[in-house]
Design a protein around this ligand. Structure first.
Ligand SMILES: Cc1ncc(COP(=O)(O)O)c(C=O)c1O
Length: 359
């Protein structure tokens, strides 16, 4: 059966090799006569799967030894609340940078816990750029930003510089593992798995260990980073099957050449699409060129009346999930690690054809 090109923003395309391997191992994982879904999370088989997944992720991202890697649940959205619950450290204030929908939602959640100050915002130009510099309060507990806005397609290509003693926190959900990352510049990064990591249901948190142990009174134990770190993310039953598939993705990334190779491929894919968008008189991307996301590429047609015809033609050619987010309309092509260059080539070829016909 031929697979289609899936441009969904998440849950998103996974590497074919990973899906095939999970299929091969479905009924009998390595002679155990069991599917990974059926295994006790405390048994030696699953413990080895979890340990491998963590070791491979540490290797891929070069996670420094003083950082904990947590495999949690609740999605990135739970982190919007879990971060203030764990990191306010009695200060009662936190600074946020607003660059679109996801960082905006983080602010909304945080307001229930503390005094929020907006250190920078790109709302003045409809969230189409990455603002700098930031106006950070010296006594803030931390600064939070979204390093890749999935809906608006805005990516911070440099890690913002802030005062050394203030923890920098990033929602990296939609571009984690797409490029090497200097983790030592962060206090904490987090990501929902369903874009570049694996199935939905798993959330990865990477946190510097001096930030553990500051949870506010009343924080549920499964939401306390320190308790989860001490229990190797198994304070309760973790998302075992999602962790297993994520582990297969990490192994796949290693065989492909790791994050440096992913970055090269992702630049090539993004360039192909943006170059065409910039040459086209019919399609347009609204984001400032220096801040365009390599992972999520929103674009609009000259006439919104043609949106449905564009999507229908794409589907007929085996390209799906190109409809933009309901908040912004238009189109969006999410081109995560597992999207092959060929998928982007076919998309651009179709866009040219569509432009010639309707432009
Ligand atoms: C950047 C970003 N943050 C947060 C979320 C919310 O993630 P979840 O659905 O895992 O809570 C998303 C979801 O698409 C996202 O793209």
């Amino acid at each position: 059966m031929a697979r289609i090109f899936n441009f969904s923003a998440g849950p998103a395309v996974l590497p074919e090799e990973v899906l095939a391997r999970a299929g091969d191992e479905m009924l009998d994982w390595r002679g155990t006569g069991m599917c990974v879904m059926e295994m006790s999370h405390r048994g030696k088989e699953f413990m080895s799967i979890a340990a491998d997944a963590e070791a491979d992720l540490r290797e891929l991202l070069a996670v420094p030894a003083n950082y904990k890697v947590l495999f949690l649940q609740g999605g990135a959205t739970l982190q919007f609340a879990q971060i203030p619950m764990n990191l306010l450290d009695g200060k009662g204030k936190a600074d946020y940078v607003v660059t679109g929908e996801w960082s905006g939602r983080a602010v909304k959640e945080a307001r229930a816990y503390c005094d929020v100050h907006i250190a920078a915002s790109s709302e003045d130009r409809k969230f189409t750029y990455a603002p700098s510099p930031w106006n950070v309060r010296p006594d803030t507990a931390y600064v939070h930003y979204c390093s890749n806005e999935t809906i608006g397609g805005v990516e911070f290509h440099e890690i913002p510089k802030i005062e050394k003693n203030i923890p920098l926190i990033a929602d990296a959900s939609s571009h984690i593992l797409s490029r090497p990352l200097e983790l030592a510049k962060f206090g904490l990064i987090y990501a929902g798995a369903q874009k570049n990591i694996g199935p939905a249901g798993l959330t990865i948190v990477i946190v510097r260990d001096d930030l553990l142990g500051k949870a506010a009174k009343g924080t549920p134990s499964v939401m306390d980073y320190k308790l989860q770190a001490a229990a190797d993310s198994m304070l309760n039953t973790p998302a075992t099957y999602a962790m297993y598939v994520a582990g297969l993705v990490f192994k796949w990334l290693k065989t492909q050449g790791g994050l440096a190779e992913m970055e090269k491929r992702n630049i090539a894919k993004a360039q192909l699409l943006y170059d065409y968008l910039d040459r086209s008189a019919f399609f347009r991307n609204p984001v400032a060129p220096a801040d365009r996301s390599r992972m999520n590429v929103p674009f609009v047609l000259n006439s919104a009346a043609l949106d449905a015809a564009f999507l229908k033609g794409a589907e007929e050619r085996g390209m799906v999930q190109l409809k933009g987010h309901r908040l912004v309309g238009g189109m969006r092509a999410s081109i995560y690690n597992a999207m092959p260059l060929e998928g982007v080539r076919q998309l651009v070829a179709y866009m040219k054809e569509f432009e010639a016909q309707h432009g």
